[in-house]
Design a protein around this ligand. Structure first.
Ligand code: ADP
Ligand code: MG
Length: 401
């Protein structure tokens, strides 16, 4: 099923804010989800990644309060109110989504920023739990709102780092920096090659003739966080056994020399990360040269490495990749994207070939796997945007006009 993604109606959002809080909106912040073209599980190993932002965004409308209470609603979870006090130590609440708001307040307080209470209304069209980083979009949009409301003068990089800390220290997910950094700093029509050691970013235009197709498997993910965190521990252990501080410093030679010291899983995880870093550098070059065949080979290798060595793919994402390949061969570059265990597949092909992919997936995926996919054809979008008041033109990226 091909979908355009629904548009967040900002006028409706502002009306809803007024009816919930009996006050007008003071400012708005919005940040996108992302799709990672290549470089999976390399970010927390100080390696390279190549994501771009999606034209799906999370909006945060707010007004400061005169007390110390944060009161938040999300149109994605209607009728649920998340309210808590900005105490010195903010604790976890009962609501899953509400804990993302608490997490951001917690890390900003811990970092010493002066906050006061706020009324907040969140609304998003980023698909949730699909590996397209709705969580980072929310963290970065909330961070952008705090930055603007309390004149914190934070850089986009700092807003991203605080979002990552919210995941690591409050939400219990040991994710790297990729998702938050691309959500904060993305540029329209560009993929960002991020060096996760220095946080330096190099921009690579997505060639005009290439289409980005995101295929959500709609596979329900379970117990994912403990698996992520275990993968990260395996990577850290492998690096320690090779005598390097992160896998970025390791080579395949060093890995082979140290193999006897490692468990099989540590060896396989490290093998993925070391080879994936090389693939990201080659893929950025292939993108620059508009070399779809090279990109196709690199993304196919990446997927196989994620399947066999990092062990984060599932039958449905393997199946979607196979369906795309059997439709277009090396005229498409396809792999699972995001944290795995379900989620989405990215397929890059020429615009004229999009219908072949849509037709192949629509006719085979449900038949073989019993699930209904969602297909989005997207452009690389821009990152965090904030505005005081409700000026729509400062908030709506061109994709939505
Ligand atoms: P992903 O980041 O891949 O979408 P995660 O499991 O990391 O998946 O994050 C999804 C969670 O983030 C949701 O279950 C919800 O708790 C929170 N979240 C994301 N977007 C929103 C939103 N618009 N409103 C409220 N909570 C949200
Ligand atoms: Mg997430």
């Amino acid at each position: 099923m091909i979908q355009k993604g629904f548009i967040v109606d900002l006028n409706k959002l502002f009306e809803q804010f007024e009816s919930l809080f009996s006050r007008t909106v003071e400012g708005v912040s919005s940040a996108p989800g992302r799709v990672n073209l290549i470089g999976e599980f390399t970010d927390y190993n100080d390696g390279y990644v190549l994501p771009c932002a999606l034209p799906f965004r999370t909006y945060v409308a707010y007004r400061k309060r005169s007390d110390n209470i944060i009161m938040a609603y999300s149109t994605n979870y209607p009728d649920e109110c998340e309210a808590f006090e900005l105490a010195p130590a903010i604790s976890h609440g009962m609501s899953h989504w509400g804990n993302y708001v608490r997490a951001i307040a917690y890390v900003y307080k811990m970092a010493g920023y002066q906050l006061s209470g706020m009324d907040i209304l969140i609304s998003s069209n980023v698909p949730q739990g699909a590996g397209l980083s709705s969580s980072a979009a929310l963290e970065v949009a909330l961070g952008g709102a705090l930055n603007q409301a309390f004149e914190l003068d934070l850089t986009l990089e700092k807003i991203a780092l605080l979002g990552q800390q919210a995941e690591n220290y409050f939400l219990g997910c040991q994710c790297g920096i990729m998702d938050q950094l691309v959500s904060a700093k993305a540029i329209k029509n560009q993929a960002l090659m991020i060096d996760c050691m220095s946080l330096a970013i190099e921009h690579f235009s997505v060639p005009e003739e290439l289409a980005l197709i995101v295929i959500n498997s709609n596979f329900p993910r379970k117990l994912v966080e403990s698996e992520y965190n275990q993968r990260r521990r395996d990577c850290m252990n492998a690096a320690a056994k090779m005598g390097v501080s992160t896998l970025r410093q390791a080579s395949l030679n060093l890995l082979e020399e140290s193999r006897a010291l490692m468990t099989l899983n540590e060896y396989k995880r490290a093998h993925h990360v070391i080879t994936e870093n090389r693939r990201v550098l080659q893929a950025a070059k292939a993108l620059q040269e508009n070399n779809l065949q090279a990109l196709s080979e690199l993304m196919a290798e990446s997927h196989i490495s994620l399947r066999d060595n990092f062990e984060v793919t599932v039958a449905v994402t393997d199946g979607l990749v196979d369906i795309c390949h059997s439709a277009l061969g090396t005229a498409c570059a396809t792999r699972m994207t995001g944290g795995g265990f379900g989620g989405a597949v990215i397929c890059i092909c020429r615009h004229g070939d999009v219908p072949k992919i849509v037709e192949a997936v629509s006719s085979q995926y449900h038949q073989y796997f019993g699930l209904q996919e969602t297909i989005y054809v997207v452009n690389a979008a821009g990152g965090l945007m904030t505005t005081l008041g409700t000026d729509r033109s400062a908030l709506v990226s061109e994709e939505f006009l």
